[in-house]
Design a protein around this ligand. Structure first.
Ligand SMILES: *[C@@H]1O[C@H](CO)[C@@H](O)[C@H](O)[C@H]1NC(C)=O
Ligand SMILES: *[C@@H]1O[C@H](CO)[C@@H](O)[C@H](O)[C@H]1NC(C)=O
Ligand SMILES: *[C@@H]1O[C@H](CO)[C@@H](O)[C@H](O)[C@H]1NC(C)=O
Ligand SMILES: *[C@@H]1O[C@H](CO)[C@@H](O)[C@H](O)[C@H]1NC(C)=O
Ligand SMILES: *[C@@H]1O[C@H](CO)[C@@H](O)[C@H](O)[C@H]1NC(C)=O
Ligand SMILES: *[C@@H]1O[C@H](CO)[C@@H](O)[C@H](O)[C@H]1NC(C)=O
Length: 648
């Protein structure tokens, strides 16, 4: 057979399947279903040839037995890593237009405790004339199967260390990267945890003194659509390798959930579910007798090249254009699994969102850019912890209209949040989407939490602490990418800067005089003492009241952008930190956002009644005590604070 007369061919060997469309050749181990080789642009393999064949391109999960049988309890539990090596391969489709392969593994009770109780079906698709290939997978937990937990699932590609040295994850987040060997001692020195390494003697001296940490490259789901690596093959020839995720409907926890993507390795990940920046609330828990099936993907592994000089921008711009093409083709028409539904099998949900906050304007105001989404029925804001179903999000246009298209059949609630306003909107009616359905709900009105007029406010209600003061990093711990950058918060070690700025006395903020951009440190962290212990801190907000309604009730709104093992206590006009607080959150949060250089994790809103009798005419002080002291990474990122007077 003359393969070169075919646009696409499939070669079956005993331990290997090769798919090739004359542009890209992909080798997949048979029947394990691991990608062992990607040949493109004259490079015999883009994947790291020194890695074992099961450690180059693979799906994996981290899982544990459920309930009492969970071996590792809590957020620190690591679970069991399983590369989902399969036991059977089937050719689903083989035509001149498309090859689709299915690699499956079937679970039964004899595997209890050894493998996660899931049937796995990993698919690989190559299309004629396409510069890349697709992969997706179907996980199926049958009704009578035991309980289990799923901590993490993803697709990983390990690229060649000797080739790929330029990484791009956003227009303003791309750079030449150090070598993986630079992380190893004595070239690298581990900092406060193993992921963060200071490059003390890198092979390329230009990286000397920088910090490398994969969490500095995490991305929110909404902006995690294309990222990857570029290799310079010669002075004129370069190759790009990209992961394109055309939809985040199958990722857990909505648009703001942060995931790892590309980072030093060189590694490219498409993570569908993880606990990062959220904690143990995001461990997927399945009970006994709980059937569940989910399709993850397809995602596209896209390859491009440039032979007229090294121009990473050209390859990046081309990859972004390809991402747009993939998004426009979503949902794809070609996947052969009947579990992946076409556009015609999905439904549409439309409407208009208005906001009414009568202390700002007594009118129903359309808002543009508000996120509106359908997710599994639940409580207000529950989408940020939701993981078993699919989520469908869009943003409103400048008249407040929204249209959520290609929604999979099922029952949902409608959720929304609006930058500039606190809280979460939820429409409690169950929305039943069926194939081909088109629902228009008309006008919906979000009335954000409001009690009385704003007396003062600190920050912007947008679920992030980015507007507050983010210090420069310690010069010893710089990632040069984030110097003079909009994402200054991604630098390592900023938690230590608080004690540098406030060695003895804590932060004091005076309403009307202080500026939150300069005077409100972005995280209320602990302070390290000389004896290597840590202290909680008490911040003060001073404010003046011209008059006080002593019989009225005031309202303190505390919107938090993330917490990690923190306890926030509120006291008013009472310096005695040993007296019972007016309010305490109790110890909350396991988001680890401070150590992971994030600017938000989960959103928390507290609404606290303040009796007028606690306030005085003239100067008042609110004391915000972060009471836990378990190391450097506990603390609070505030989103927004507001004091409202009694209703008028
Ligand atoms: C794929 O397998 C074929 C056949 O064994 C081999 O000739 C080729 O070098 C392999 N390519 C890659 C990229 O591993
Ligand atoms: C259960 O799965 C194992 C591993 O795939 C297999 O060897 C065994 O035959 C299966 N047992 C039944 C009853 O299907
Ligand atoms: C939603 O519609 C489907 C299909 O018509 C039906 O099976 C399901 O019970 C409905 N759910 C609700 C809550 O009405
Ligand atoms: C920082 O960025 C600004 C605006 O992009 C630029 O004008 C300035 O020169 C930069 N400063 C440094 C030190 O790079
Ligand atoms: C460490 O020092 C702080 C004050 O600097 C003190 O309150 C604390 O008790 C000391 N802890 C230990 C274990 O010595
Ligand atoms: C109130 O606080 C302001 C700012 O801290 C201070 O300048 C002023 O003197 C105080 N007034 C009184 C009456 O304490």
């Amino acid at each position: 057979m003359d393969f070169h007369n075919l646009f696409l061919f499939l070669m079956l060997q005993f331990i290997l399947v090769v798919i090739d469309n004359d542009i890209v050749q992909v080798n997949i181990s048979n029947p394990e279903g691991c990608v062992t080789g990607i040949q493109y642009n004259g490079l015999d393999n883009l994947l790291e040839i020194n890695n074992h064949e099961s450690d180059r391109g693979y799906w994996d999960i981290v899982w544990d037995q459920g309930g009492e049988k969970r071996t590792k309890k809590g957020a620190k539990g690591k679970g069991k890593l399983d590369r989902l090596e399969t036991t059977n391969m089937r050719v689903i489709m083989e035509s001149e237009e498309q090859v689709e392969l299915s690699f499956t593994r079937t679970w039964n009770l004899s595997l209890e405790g050894k493998l996660a109780p899931l049937n796995i079906d990993k698919r690989f698709i190559m299309l004629r004339g396409s510069s890349g290939f697709y992969t997706y997978a179907i996980y199926d937990h049958l009704k009578e199967w035991p309980a289990f937990d799923l901590d993490n699932t993803r697709v990983a590609f390990k690229l060649r260390k000797d080739k790929f040295n330029y990484m791009a994850i956003a227009d303003n987040r791309q750079r030449f990267m150090p070598l993986p060997d630079d992380r190893l001692p004595p070239r690298g020195q581990v900092l406060a945890y193993p992921e963060a390494v200071r490059l003390v003697n890198p092979v390329e001296p230009e990286f000397k003194g920088e910090v490398d940490d994969k969490y500095e490259y995490a991305c929110e789901s909404r902006s995690n659509q294309v990222h990857g690596w570029i290799s310079i093959d010669s002075s004129s020839d370069s190759t790009g390798c990209w992961l394109i995720t055309p939809s985040y409907e199958f990722r857990s926890a909505g648009p703001l959930k942060q995931y790892l993507g590309s980072h030093l390795g060189p590694t490219m990940l498409s993570v569908f579910h993880s606990t990062h920046y959220s904690g143990a609330d995001l461990i997927m828990k399945f009970g006994e007798n709980e059937p569940w099936k989910k399709v993850f993907g397809p995602i596209f592994i896209y390859l491009n090249s440039n032979s007229d000089g090294f121009s990473p921008i050209k390859l990046w711009e081309d990859a972004k254009q390809q991402m747009v093409n993939e998004v426009e083709s979503w949902p794809y028409t070609f996947p052969a699994s009947e579990d992946f539904l076409s556009s015609a099998q999905r439904g549409k949900f439309e409407g208009r969102l208005l906001v009414r906050d009568r202390y700002i304007r007594d009118a129903f105001v359309p808002v543009s850019g508000a996120y509106v989404g359908l997710a599994a029925p639940g409580d207000v804001g529950s989408w940020q912890r939701e993981y078993k179903g699919y989520q469908f999000w869009t943003i409103t246009d400048d008249k407040g209209y929204f249209s959520i298209i290609n929604v999979l059949p099922g029952d949902y609630n409608l959720y929304s949040w609006v930058n500039g306003f606190i809280g979460d909107y939820q429409c409690n009616n169950i929305i039943n989407i069926t194939s081909g359905s088109e629902i228009n709900v008309g006008e919906l009105v979000y009335e954000p939490p409001r009690h009385g007029p704003t007396l003062w406010e600190i920050g912007i209600p947008d679920r992030s602490a980015a507007e507050f003061y983010v210090p420069d990093p310690n010069p010893l711990y710089v990632n040069r990418l984030y110097v003079n950058h909009s994402d200054r918060f991604r630098q390592y070690g900023l938690w230590e800067r608080y004690a540098d700025l406030y060695p003895n006395e804590d932060l004091v903020y005076t309403v009307g005089i202080s500026d939150y951009k300069k005077d409100w440190f972005f995280a209320q962290v602990t302070r390290k003492k000389d004896n290597n212990t840590y202290q909680g801190t008490t911040w003060r907000i001073n404010f003046n009241l011209d008059s006080v309604n002593t019989k009225g009730t005031y309202k303190l709104r505390l919107a938090l952008a993330s917490v990690h093992y923190a306890e926030l206590q509120i006291r008013i006009n009472n310096l005695d930190a040993t007296s019972p607080p007016l309010f305490s959150t109790g110890v909350i949060g396991k988001e680890n956002t401070i150590a992971r250089h994030g600017i938000h994790g989960l959103y928390w809103l507290y609404n606290i009644d303040v009796q007028g009798s606690l306030l005085v005419k003239g100067n008042n002080t609110i004391f915000l005590t972060q009471a836990t002291k378990d190391g450097p990474f506990v603390g609070i990122l505030y989103d927004y604070i507001r004091l409202e007077g009694p209703p008028t």
